[in-house]
Ligand binder design. Sequence first.
Ligand code: GRF
Length: 194
Amino acid sequence: MTTNTPFKLAVLISGEGSNLQAIMDAIDAGTLDASIEIVISNKASANGLNRASQAGIPAVVVAPVKGQSREEYDQCLLATLATSAPDLVVLAGFMRILSAGFVHSFAERIINIHPSLLPAYKGMDTHQRVLDAGETYHGATVHFVTEELDDGEIIIQSRIKISADDDANSLQQRVHIEEHVIYPRAIQWLSDKR
Ligand code: GRF
């Protein structure tokens, strides 16, 4: 359902921002009824900041300060997010674990994309771990964020068949293609039910 008020997103990144780009492209194409109010990175070097700036979206760095606790950092994040009052916080390659306080502040309004078929292969290096285990299938998952890492209710998954000549690089690329389809779709579902 399309409403007059946009479904407001805050996108949190740490790196390349290809999922951010997919979300921006879906909004531009009219297939995603939402607006990105702010992009926040914990790293000044994140290329996703350039992608946001080029699109005219406020791009902000919230860098961790030496000696700062996780809770203190997350308070800074919350203060920055408060300026845009997002309906949904979208983690798109944001490489920090969020504190319980942060998660509760946006209860059931934080989503993440993870490069595996959760609940299998939580954590890092999923592509190599999947290959090492001799799996037949791999994929990506969009899920709600809870206090537990890569946990929370699953919204959508995409599955790919691993081929004999796949390596971690090719798997990463193939999974990315899937991610760029399912992340905008998941956000649209949440926008519809807003
Ligand atoms: C994606 O593979 C995502 O699943 C993981 O981090 C990566 C981010 O890639 N959480 P990008 O920055 O969106 O290109």
